[in-house]
Design a protein around this ligand. Structure first.
Ligand SMILES: Cc1cc2nc3c(=O)[nH]c(=O)nc-3n(C[C@H](O)[C@H](O)[C@H](O)COP(=O)(O)OP(=O)(O)OC[C@H]3O[C@@H](n4cnc5c(N)ncnc54)[C@H](O)[C@@H]3O)c2cc1C
Length: 420
């Protein structure tokens, strides 16, 4: 769940900047100049927040509620950056203000640099928001945003003093943001991947119904993670391209790391058809906050749709013998064949008094819906906390209907399985 701590920090930063900017307006400013510089500054601060969120640092996961939420905020901050930058552009005075040396101004062309940054930003945003452009095609061009950030810094650092007063209170705040943002950018480009990389060899590739289980043996230390967390999997070798995020389906404490990957597109198909034991894999993580231990109530309903089973698989495999929660686990799949690991789940449920399994097979017309849950669950729906992972329409439908039944949003914990 998105945590408000991070959002509030961003809002507070912008509010402080706006207050400082408006409290100490230079005499030479016209109304247009004040507004355009205010909007430009806000756009830059939002972009800096976006850059900082791309570092994937754990401290921000805590503030925002997980890496998937951080990436969602990163995208929204990027969108607002473009909006503020565009309005900033339309407010800029068309004439050079009195006192600005035209020669000096053309030697360091702040306006042209800003224009180049804005064009790239708007194109980048269009690509990022266009879901028809596949993730792998979007990923590398998206790195141009680092250049845009540098151009924006060049734009305001070169701006005539009337537009950017370096030693005003709001100017100093922007300079500090520049320093932090630049360090974050350098860390993301050169440090982040090295810091988090762990090496594994592929021990087994097990074909399941429309999915593949990949079993990895650590070369050095085993990744430390909590059930429900995910990691980036980067297969070494030609043609495997970018890292892909997958939830760890093994339990912490096992001597192997297991991922269960649904065959969805080119990369996951290649895993199924070409991946061989013996190959090398780099795993980066762990990330995510889909953690049942954060649920306050001991009465919990876990709902998995299709491959949304993976975080629950890890939780179930890790469950202590003396676990005293009352867990109702609903597993929705197209049919029995696609309900992977069903036998293992049945075996786990048979051993425990605190776990009740329910199946929903859509081919039989049985969907994981709130009305069905109401019929099967003992007690009221509001007695439980819900952990949900599955296809977006299923998750959104469940959340809407649970809300109608009076279940509070904070009693619903959701894993998205997507960043964009
Ligand atoms: C936090 C998280 C946990 C996940 N856990 C699992 C899991 O346990 N099992 C499972 O089967 N799937 C999981 N996924 C989804 C999995 O990452 C995608 O299905 C997979 O990357 C698709 O790759 P593809 O090229 O085969 O398919 P494509 O058809 O190319 O991609 C399908 C969708 O996957 C996403 N995607 C593709 N490539 C990447 C990438 N490199 N990085 C991020 N997202 C990408 C995009 O949203 C895209 O629209 C998880 C995703 C996230 C974000």
């Amino acid at each position: 769940m998105l945590r408000l701590q991070g959002i509030n920090a961003i809002i507070a930063l912008i509010a402080v900047f706006a207050l400082l900017h408006l409290a100490f307006v230079p005499d030479a400013h016209t109304f247009r100049t004040t507004i355009s510089t205010l909007l430009g500054g806000i756009a830059f601060l939002l972009m800096t927040c976006s850059v900082i969120l791309a570092t994937r640092l754990e401290v921000f996961e805590e503030m925002f509620g997980g890496l998937d939420r951080m990436y969602q905020v990163h995208r929204v901050a990027g969108t607002f950056t473009a909006v503020f930058a565009l309005v900033h552009f339309f407010f800029i005075p068309k004439e050079l203000p009195a006192g600005v040396d035209p020669v000096a101004n053309s030697t360091f062309p702040s306006a042209q640099i800003g224009m180049a940054a804005m064009v790239l930003l708007v194109i980048g945003l269009f690509v990022a928001l266009n879901r028809k452009i596949s993730y792998s095609r979007w990923r590398n061009p998206h790195k141009v945003m680092a250049l845009v950030y540098i151009l924006v810094i060049g734009h305001f650092m070169n701006a005539p003093g009337i537009f950017f007063e370096r030693f005003s209170a709001s100017g100093i705040l922007l300079i500090l943001a520049t320093l932090v943002g630049t360090v974050a950018l350098i860390y993301t480009a050169f440090g982040m991947n090295k810091r988090t990389a762990q090496h594994y060899t592929i021990e087994a590739v097990n074909a399941l119904e429309r999915a593949t289980e990949v079993v990895l043996k650590p070369v050095g230390d085993m990744l430390k993670f909590k059930p429900g967390q995910f990691a980036f999997v980067e297969i070494q070798g030609k043609g495997w391209s970018e890292p892909h995020p997958f939830t760890i389906s093994s339990a912490p404490g096992e001597d192997r790391l297991r991922f269960t990957m649904k065959v969805l597109g080119d990369w996951t198909r290649k895993v199924r058809e070409e991946l061989q034991p013996g190959g090398e894999v780099i795993v980066r993580g762990p990330y995510g906050r889909f953690d049942a231990s954060k649920a306050e109530s001991k009465k919990q309903v876990w709902i998995a749709g299709g491959i949304g089973l993976t975080p629950f698989l890890s939780k179930l495999r890790a469950m202590d013998a003396d676990d005293d929660r009352d867990i109702h686990f609903a597993y929705a799949a197209r049919n029995k064949e696609e309900a992977i690991f069903l036998e293992e789940l049945q075996a786990i449920a048979a051993e425990r008094d605190n776990l009740t399994l329910y199946y929903f097979f859509s081919e039989d017309g049985d969907f994981a819906r709130v009305d069905a849950a109401k019929e099967r669950l003992p007690g009221a729906l509001t007695d439980y906390e819900y952990l949900i992972c599955g296809p977006k329409p299923m998750v959104e439908g469940l959340m809407k209907d649970l809300k109608k039944e009076g279940v509070k949003r904070k009693a619903m914990h959701v894993e998205a399985f997507e960043f964009r």
